[in-house]
Ligand binder design. Structure first.
Ligand code: IMP
Ligand code: MG
Length: 179
């Protein structure tokens, strides 16, 4: 697995610090609110698990799964809900927890769907952001680290469902996806 990695972009310690800072900010902002963290499976699962443990105000969690990529490295533009939330989000202050904001198409679609369900409020928290690649007008309310226009894996992020278990974030060798 390590042989497929060109370079380490974010080591574990940096990820830990970034997540802690986001959790601190969220805890301040959501004091006295009815926070529901909505994790977008599967890429955000590692981030979600770490982030929720840095949040010091009461919150609930739920999961959604959407698919836009198939096994490729580009957004095909087609978003499908594979798993929906378990609950009605009316009355909740929803915070959508995403791994990475790339073209923005996935979150744009998801925000429309969730907004229509009339939550108290809705915001986005993304660990990684590739602002150069944005195709729709969307930005995160909480954003961790800016990423150059390269395909990254690890800390939940996959290529063809692999590498999610790497504890750091690395750049994949081009030879892996041109093979
Ligand atoms: P968007 O709709 O183009 O913003 O795509 C967001 C989704 O694409 C993320 O939730 C990831 O699953 C996936 N994605 C985008 N860039 C990368 C990357 O560099 N590595 C792994 N997955 C990525
Ligand atoms: Mg994802």
């Amino acid at each position: 697995m390590m042989n497929d990695i060109k370079s380490v972009l974010f080591p574990e310690e940096q990820l830990r610090e970034t997540v802690a800072a986001l959790g601190k900010k969220i805890s301040e902002d959501y004091r006295g609110r009815n926070l529901l963290l909505v994790s977008v499976l599967k890429g955000s699962v590692v981030f979600m698990a770490d982030l929720m443990r840095t949040i010091t105000v009461p919150c609930e969690i739920d999961f959604m799964a959407v698919s836009a990529y198939g096994n490729g490295v580009k957004n095909s533009g087609t978003v499908r809900i594979i798993k929906d939330l378990d609950r009605d989000i009316r009355g909740y202050d929803v915070l959508v927890v995403e791994d990475i904001l790339d073209s923005g198409k996935t979150l744009n679609y998801l925000m429309d769907v969730l907004y229509a369900r009339n939550p108290n409020s809705i915001r986005i928290c993304t660990l990684f952001d590739k602002p150069e690649r944005r195709e729709v007008d969307i930005c995160a309310d909480y954003s961790g680290l800016k990423v150059p226009d390269e395909f990254i894996v690890g800390y939940g992020l996959d290529y063809a469902e692999r590498y999610r278990n790497l504890p750091f974030v690395g750049v994949l060798k081009e030879s892996v996806y041109t093979k």
